[in-house]
Write a protein that binds this ligand. Structure first.
Ligand code: AMP
Length: 243
């Protein structure tokens, strides 16, 4: 079977059919021809929706999401050496040292061959350089949300310890109180999702991670998206940006 990509030989400029369309020939319309970005960095402060938007891209387009936060929480839960070292930093709303994170991600990045979403990595310039040595970043999506909104979102957030799904008590509540819609596990509030820790996390973001906005802008990879609105509205903007 023959496939034509782009302009159909059987339509004129207005899209009207000008000749008989042979049934053995498939016409692939323009939008599917665009290449989707394959390595996506999700930038943006804690609570800006990186995890939620990343999940939606994974379900619709088959990306693999690598979330350093999820990996670290798993390590803490399993009390691994990494988990024991990371916990104090995480509980304080500080960043886990670069060498630990880069060590953790090197292996994952090497194994990733396909469409990858990086959620929460890189968070420092040193991590961004380490990433650049391993793979080309196609786009850095920066979700922009004001601090007051972030604080409200984070303190109202409930997470699933098994499948890492996230909920908001008011805007995106689970169907059954306290229970994950996706896997039925009991939801919990992360230790670092309390008001006291959130302020530290926002300070850390501003100091250590915000310079990455300029870093990816200089590389012409940055797209900033207004991260306020419904999950679906934001997702539409995210999808446009990656196509
Ligand atoms: P997150 O779930 O992305 O909000 O991450 C939770 C916590 O894990 C952060 O507040 C940090 O303490 C730690 N963490 C996650 N990713 C990184 C990273 N790339 N570099 C350093 N620390 C990180």
């Amino acid at each position: 079977m023959k496939a034509y990509i782009g302009d159909s030989p059987w339509t004129d400029a207005s899209g009207m059919r000008t000749a008989e369309c042979r049934p053995s020939t498939v016409y692939i319309p323009e939008p599917t021809r665009r290449t989707m970005k394959s390595t996506i960095v999700l930038l943006g402060p804690p609570g800006s929706g990186k995890g939620t938007q990343g999940e939606k891209l994974c379900s619709e387009f088959g990306y693999v999401k690598l979330s350093t936060g999820d990996m670290l929480r798993e390590a803490v839960k399993n009390q691994t050496e990494l988990g024991k070292k990371a916990k104090t930093y995480m509980d304080a709303g500080a960043l886990v040292p670069n060498d630990l994170i880069i060590g953790l991600m090197k292996e994952k990045m090497a194994a990733a061959n396909g469409k990858v979403i990086l959620d929460g990595f890189p968070r420092t310039l040193e991590q961004a350089d380490a990433l650049g040595e391993q793979m080309d970043v196609d786009i850095a999506l920066n979700l922009d949300v004001a601090d007051e909104e972030l604080i409200k979102r984070i303190t109202m957030r409930r997470s699933c310890p098994s499948c890492n799904a996230v909920y908001h008590l008011v805007h995106n509540p689970p169907k059954k109180d306290g229970i994950c819609d996706k896997c039925g596990s009991e939801l919990y509030q992360r230790d670092d999702d309390t008001e006291a820790t959130v302020l530290n996390r926002l300070r850390t973001y501003r100091e250590k991670t915000m310079p990455l906005v300029g870093y990816y802008y200089a590389k012409k990879k940055l797209v900033t998206i207004d991260g306020v609105g419904s999950i679906d509205e934001i997702y539409e903007k995210v999808k446009k940006a990656i196509q």
